[in-house]
Design a protein around this ligand. Structure first.
Ligand SMILES: Nc1ncnc2c1ncn2[C@@H]1O[C@H](COP(=O)(O)OP(=O)(O)O)[C@@H](O)[C@H]1O
Ligand SMILES: [Mg+2]
Length: 374
């Protein structure tokens, strides 16, 4: 959708009917906001069901549900709420901004937040070329502030982050194979057949275990950022835990690298160029790839500058972040393959770059502009 005052740029969907989810209005009523007004009710893209709109009190809210275990508990919700507990210590002017949490119905695993009306998703901002140095520096400051939060006595999940799943790198359980696309199985096979990549991922796990841990987002992608009135917000805290902070830095770098890879094959506007650029020559691919990197690496540098303004990382964080950026390329490859029958060559190219980073992270710290400032 186009960006106008009336039409926010966030991708919008038809929300699940509120009749099928009575817990949503029940929560809003209990918060004294009144249920959703039917008019203008919408939903944004995401893994979980969500609703955005005005309530009968005239408040604009965003409500989302999260997954529950068969026994009714929800580790996802627990993690998100533990983040809210820690975030309460942030001063109003802190560089980490999050949508205001209004309340939660734990039993139904549904939470309400204040809506940022007319906001744009970070993934749209990035695709439009508007995730500029300023916003990247703001992202760096936000992530460093997150990593500096004091868990104090709060109960925060300190269990290992599930990805990359080392067991799946050896063999794929049949139960998990059944609901995956052919392309996704091909993507897993790409990793499984590569003994060096598997060994590098195991090494990364070891380094991660030995590293100093901090509060971390652990699912940082462009679409978890929201840009509202020029300010950057971070959302979606269900993977929040005490973990290696290099995960978040690596994910942000990986997002830019993934985007740079895809830009190699994006239509150029030249009407004689092939639509998807699949028959480019080797030289053209290298040339476009280098150009994409030249465009995007200053964004990474700005992010890192912002990060260092707010926090002194442990001496090996940058190196681990490069390796996590490598994993992020595989992770995106696997995620995007879900919708396809055949693994496309762009995805394979992304995995190739990810592999280079995984195998020799120290060798790419300077190239990726994650060195210490002079
Ligand atoms: N308070 C909010 N105001 C406006 N948009 C929001 C708000 N919270 C989330 N969003 C948008 O909704 C999308 C989905 O929310 P998110 O919490 O990431 O759910 P999921 O777990 O389904 O990914 C986000 O990517 C963001 O673009
Ligand atoms: Mg999300």
């Amino acid at each position: 959708m186009t960006t106008t005052k009336e039409q926010p740029a966030l991708l919008r969907y038809q929300p699940t009917g509120l009749d099928a989810a009575p817990e949503v209005n029940a929560l809003l009523e209990s918060l004294g906001l009144g249920g959703f007004a039917a008019d203008g009710l919408t939903a944004f893209g995401g893994r979980n069901d969500n609703w955005a709109g005005s309530t009968r009190s005239g408040d604009q809210v965003f409500v989302k549900t999260v997954a529950r275990e068969p026994d009714g508990t929800s580790p996802e919700l627990d993690r998100a709420l533990s983040f809210e507990t820690l975030a309460a210590q942030l001063p109003a002017a802190a560089p980490l901004r999050v949508p205001e949490h209004l309340g939660t119905d734990r039993a139904a695993a549904v939470s309400a937040y204040r809506l940022l009306p007319g906001a744009r998703s970070g993934s749209e901002v990035a695709l439009d070329g508007d995730f500029d140095d300023e916003l990247c520096a703001a992202a760096g400051r936000a992530v460093a502030t997150l990593h500096s939060l004091d868990p104090g006595g709060a109960e925060v999940d300190a269990g290992e982050a599930p990805l990359p799943p080392l067991r799946w790198l050896e063999a794929f359980p049949w139960s998990a194979a059944q609901d995956r696309s052919m392309a996704q199985i091909a993507a897993w096979k790409l990793v499984q057949d590569d003994a060096e990549a598997v060994a590098a991922l195991a090494r990364l796990r070891e380094r991660e275990r030995a590293a100093p841990h901090t509060p971390a987002h652990c699912d940082l992608r462009f679409d978890q950022f929201i840009v509202h009135e020029g300010m950057l917000y971070l959302c979606d805290w269900e993977e929040f835990r005490i973990a290696d902070p290099a995960r978040d830095v690596g994910a942000f770098v990986g997002e830019w690298l993934f985007q740079a890879t895809y830009s190699v094959f994006a239509p150029t506007g030249d009407k004689d160029a092939p639509a998807l650029g699949f028959d480019l020559s080797h030289e053209e691919i290298v040339e476009r790839g280098s150009a994409g990197l030249r465009r995007h690496l200053p964004r990474v540098a700005a992010f890192w500058r912002g990060y260092l303004e707010c926090r002194t990382p442990d001496p090996e964080l940058a190196e681990r972040a490069v390796a996590f950026a490598g994993w992020h390329m595989y992770d995106r490859l696997i995620a995007t393959a879900q919708a396809h029958a055949v693994l496309n060559p762009v995805a394979r190219a992304a995995a190739g770059i990810g592999r280079t980073l995984l195998l020799n992270p120290a060798g790419a710290v300077a190239t990726l502009r994650l060195g210490s400032p002079r």
